[in-house]
Design a protein around this ligand. Structure first.
Ligand code: SF4
Length: 270
């Protein structure tokens, strides 16, 4: 069976998982096996997602499971994104309980699906979002943006805001086991359908060139120069030992990006 959720199009053998470790072929049905298996849950400030222009000052219940359809060697959450159903430390949670938790505190904005890639488990979003919306809550996705178009079409009306990673150029995405064109397609599809912000983790020698930032800024501004763009400073993590990004690089690239985009933010430059 071919999985059509993302660009990998994994051949799902009976009982085996795909590249993301979150989906399997169960009796001929493409099944999300990390459904309801929560590795992390926290009430976070919305700015931490990061979303700077979406209900600033609010908190949001942020939840994640395990697995990812990319394999970034610098992943900040590799202890959950790179694990599977056997190695991940998770708690099985009824989605009714998750919804109850989100509704318990009137101040809570809703649920952010984050920490690992949420779109490989899009069924959870489809099951939870309508209930949250019926109670006036919001739904946020923090995603790598590499799900296929028909999955985006399924979820988009259930999502209020997204932060999408724009990690690098085509060559860099190949190193990550990713797909540059899928990310661009996703950004182009969603930017006028929900609130959208973009994050780029700036890594020395990988995506810190003036050319890369200029090209991305020109493309993003051709969509909408009002899209907030977060340029974050990288620190060594997981398999990467490249030295941390100098703060000056972040400020320099922000200057370039601001020639095209109206809201450019820096991250991790305290
Ligand atoms: S969602 Fe997972 S199983 Fe499906 S194609 Fe992508 S990586 Fe493979």
């Amino acid at each position: 069976m071919e999985c059509d959720v993302c660009f990998h199009h994994c051949d799902l053998q009976e009982g085996k998982t795909g590249f993301c470790r979150a989906r399997t072929n169960l009796n001929g049905v493409n099944t999300c096996i990390n459904y309801g298996k929560i590795t992390s849950a926290a009430f976070d400030p919305i700015e931490k997602k990061p979303l700077a222009h979406f209900y600033p000052g609010s908190i949001i219940l942020s939840v994640g499971s395990y697995g990812c359809n990319l394999a970034c060697p610098f992943c900040q959450n590799y202890d959950i994104s790179m694990t599977d159903t056997h190695s991940a430390y998770y708690q099985e949670v009824d989605i009714e309980d998750l919804i109850r938790l989100a509704l318990r505190d009137k101040e809570n904005l809703g649920i952010a699906f984050t920490y690992n890639e949420p779109l490989i488990s899009y069924e959870m979003i489809l099951d939870i979002a309508p209930v949250l919306h019926a109670h006036g809550k919001k739904v946020v996705l923090v995603t790598n943006g590499t799900a296929n178009q028909h999955i985006l079409e399924k979820v988009i009306s259930h999502v209020d805001a997204m932060n999408i990673d724009l990690k690098g150029d085509e060559t860099f995405y190949k190193e990550l086991g990713g797909d540059y064109q899928s990310v661009r397609n996703t950004i182009e599809y969603v930017y006028d359908k929900c609130h959208l912000e973009i994050t780029t983790l700036i890594i020395p020698g990988k995506n810190d060139s003036d050319t890369f930032i200029t090209e991305q800024a020109q493309w993003l501004s051709s969509l909408d120069p009002e899209i907030p763009w977060h340029l974050s400073r990288y620190f060594p993590r997981y398999k990467y030992t490249i030295q941390s990004t100098p703060k000056e690089t972040i400020f320099h690239l922000k200057d370039i990006a601001q020639q095209y985009m109206h809201h450019v933010y820096t991250g991790n430059v305290w």
